[in-house]
Design a protein around this ligand. Structure first.
Ligand code: SF4
Length: 704
């Protein structure tokens, strides 16, 4: 591999910026001198997911890799400032500190915090490093804020959690598509042509979103509901399905449990009440039921708008009730999809970096699962610690001084957690913080040791896209400077902790070989997948239990669901109001989300000149009548506050948002960080914070 491309050379890779995993051809131009941004030509290459399309993020995904802000050598804090250091010193400091903390306070005084952009191999190894390298139960990751509600809902309803139960190519076959809390046009833009094709084929598109997004502009029916009332809306649609006689009794009888209880629950549901809660009209709700109920085929998608609620688990389950009630699953053109955000949002949650899981979706509290994984790792089952706590709860434990030392890999928790001021305070006061990152992120800036890691063009690994399709992304460039791979850092630290016998890998592929075995027989079974097979077939769906078998069609639940009796489970869901409602002090509702040109907390995209230029500063979208009420005009700076904290942004006044609602993107840290104000109350079922609804106030900054 070259250190850099020569003029005229090209490499083929995958975009790291969302779960579609579009393929990219990156060519170094002949006339490359001077302007860095003109040095490369970027083209999409057809693969099964993206069909050769790229969005603006993919078109510029090389820019952060060649950024002059990349960290090229380790940093350690001396006399209060981060200063260059050798790997020997940096790793030695971390290992010595972990040993000392462990001896004095026990291994559970150390926490690990991972990310949904890490490869499957790194996610797997981080989980093993926490349990075997350190012996701590405290590990979780930023995907807790991304996928946990849909994941837990899928497990309870279907018996298994895979983002899409069908293939992307099923979308144009659907005659009705419900997009609930998902802005695909900005978050996974290359999927939009699947929707337009469905529409050309006669599909009705229903978008459920408090904002008129670019996705909602495609809708035949846009349900601009009050934030946080998705579960109630699904009850209304279920009621409409029952009234219209649009339920599939034979499917319900043969393939599900729990429908009589749901039916009884729906007897007490009044459409007038649902209209009151959601802010919609009864006829809009009935229309949604009719469009979905009468369609021969249909797909329901949910994303963070539904999931990032204190009842996100139940809200998703209520949308799954719609799917089951109409029998629209397990056949072409039908299904459910949780539209994953992060590049490896799917694979990142399958292999053990979650507090409650072991590889292959095995459960850390299940004795058989513990025994099996312990066998693969060559330890006694008792060596595997029990279940820890979720990402935000870990931050609370840091704040309380229970976790005294934290290692962060591939994440920026000081920006991405709710109640960000508390998290910042916790990390300021922690005994020891180590961060592995490509850049000096907001979290890395607070660290005692920072380790520079390789970028996606420089390391090997697999990622699992939103369809559950495993893809191999091979390195194309030599690691620059002194950067090292995430997995290599974990092996080196394990050796310094006296655990080298369990971390003997010489390549990402060797880690994958062990991951295959550890996942064998689990819900997410990768045993039949090898690097060679991925090279040959371009991508393989899980579950894939055997190398000899052809891979599955990609459609799940054609004959049975994954519960032991083969049946899916309905759940009656209450029509709740959001946990935190506006009051006299905080009369507005604050919600957060994404914009087209940025990814996660913007650590990479804010350092990509072409992407940063599209959205330089954060902003608050606000309705003209709400803006007028508070004396605000387009472009004015305002302070937005909640019971947790305050931040300041410019106002973007437009009528595409509901009145009394503020929408603020989540890609900026510091004084513009929306998460200073978001709600840290957790969903009891999956520990997802209620990011999407916080009671808030707004004040023009000139008045402060
Ligand atoms: Fe494709 Fe997503 Fe990258 Fe855009 S951000 S190019 S949709 S993988």
């Amino acid at each position: 591999r070259p250190a850099m491309l020569e003029a005229g050379e090209h490499v083929d890779t995958q975009c790291p910026f969302c779960s579609v995993q579009c393929k990219i051809r990156l060519t170094k131009n002949e006339q490359a001198a001077g302007e860095r941004r003109a040095m490369y030509t970027v083209e999409g290459i057809p693969n099964k997911a993206s069909e050769g399309r790229l969005c603006v993020k993919g078109m510029n995904a090389h820019q952060h890799v060649i950024s002059s802000e990349r960290l090229m050598q380790p940093l350690v804090r001396r006399n209060g400032a981060l200063q260059p250091a050798s790997w020997e010193e940096a790793l030695g400091l971390i290992a010595d500190h972990f040993k000392a903390v462990s001896e004095q306070y026990g291994a559970d005084a150390i926490g690990l915090y991972g990310g949904g952009s890490l490869t499957n191999e790194t996610a797997y190894l981080l989980g093993k490093f926490a349990r075997i390298g350190l012996g701590t139960k405290y590990i979780d990751y930023n995907g807790r804020f991304c996928m946990s509600a849909a994941a837990s809902a899928g497990v309870k309803t279907f018996g298994i959690d895979r983002g899409l139960t069908c293939r992307l190519e099923d979308i144009p076959l659907a005659r009705c598509i419900i997009l609930a809390g998902t802005n695909i046009a900005e978050c996974q833009p290359t999927l939009m042509p699947y929707l337009t094709r469905a529409k050309e084929n006669g599909a009705a598109i229903i978008v459920i979103d408090p904002r008129m997004t670019a996705t909602a502009e495609l809708a035949d029916l846009h349900l601009q509901l009050r934030p946080g009332t998705d579960a109630a809306l699904a009850n209304g649609i279920l009621k409409g399905l029952l009234r219209g006689g649009w339920i599939n009794r034979s499917f319900i009888d043969s393939r599900t449990n729990g429908f009589p209880e749901l039916e009884r629950h729906l007897e007490s549901v009044l459409l007038s009440e649902i209209a009151e809660i959601t802010g919609l009209t009864e006829s809009q709700i009935e229309k949604a039921a009719e469009l979905y109920g009468t369609a021969e085929t249909g797909i329901v998608f949910t994303a963070r708008g539904v999931e990032q609620q204190t009842d996100g688990h139940e809200a998703v389950r209520n949308f799954l009730n719609l799917v089951l009630a109409t029998g629209k699953i397990g056949r072409p053109g039908c299904g459910y999809g949780a539209v994953t955000g992060q590049g490896n949002g799917q694979g990142g949650r399958e292999h053990g970096q979650k507090a409650d899981q072991l590889p292959g979706y095995r459960l850390i509290e299940n004795e058989e699962d513990r025994k099996y994984v312990a066998g693969v790792w060559g330890v006694e089952p008792d060596r595997i610690p029990r279940k820890g706590v979720s990402a935000y709860e870990m931050m609370e434990l840091v704040h309380q001084g229970v976790i005294r030392s934290l290692f962060v890999m591939g994440s920026n928790p000081v920006v991405s957690n709710p109640n960000a001021d508390l998290v910042e305070k916790a990390l300021q006061n922690i005994d020891f913080l180590a961060v592995a990152d490509m850049f000096l992120s907001e979290t890395a800036r607070m660290a005692d040791v920072v380790l520079p890691v390789t970028a996606y063009l420089e390391n090997d690994g697999t990622l699992t896209n939103l369809e559950g399709r495993v893809l191999l992304r091979e390195s194309k460039l030599e690691p620059p400077g002194e950067t090292r791979h995430d997995w290599d850092i974990l092996c080196e630290l394990a050796a310094r902790l006296g655990k080298s016998a369990y971390f003997t890998y010489a390549s990402a592929e060797q880690i994958f070989e062990e991951l295959r075995l550890a996942s064998k027989g689990g819900a997410a079974d990768y045993y039949g997948i090898t690097y060679d097979r991925l090279r040959r077939e371009g991508g393989v769906y899980w579950p894939c239990p055997s190398e000899d078998e052809e891979q599955s069609s990609g459609i799940l639940f054609e004959e049975r669901f994954a519960h032991p009796d083969g049946k899916a489970v309905f759940l009656p869901v209450p029509s709740r109001q959001p946990q935190e409602l506006p009051d006299d002090n905080y009369p507005l509702t604050l919600t957060n989300g994404r914009v087209l040109s940025h990814y996660l907390t913007g650590v990479q995209t804010r350092r990509s000149p072409s992407l940063a230029a599209r959205s330089v500063d954060n902003f608050a979208e606000i309705h003209p009548r709400t803006a007028k009420k508070y004396g605000l005009e387009d472009g004015d700076w305002a302070q937005i506050s909640s019971r947790r904290g305050s931040f300041s942004v410019r106002c973007k006044v437009n009528a595409k948002i509901r009145e009394n609602l503020l929408f603020v993107p989540m890609h900026w840290g510091g004084a513009q960080n929306v998460n200073k104000a978001t709600n840290p109350e957790l969903d009891p079922n999956c520990k997802m914070p209620g990011f999407k609804t916080a009671a808030a106030s707004i004040t023009p900054l000139k008045h402060i």
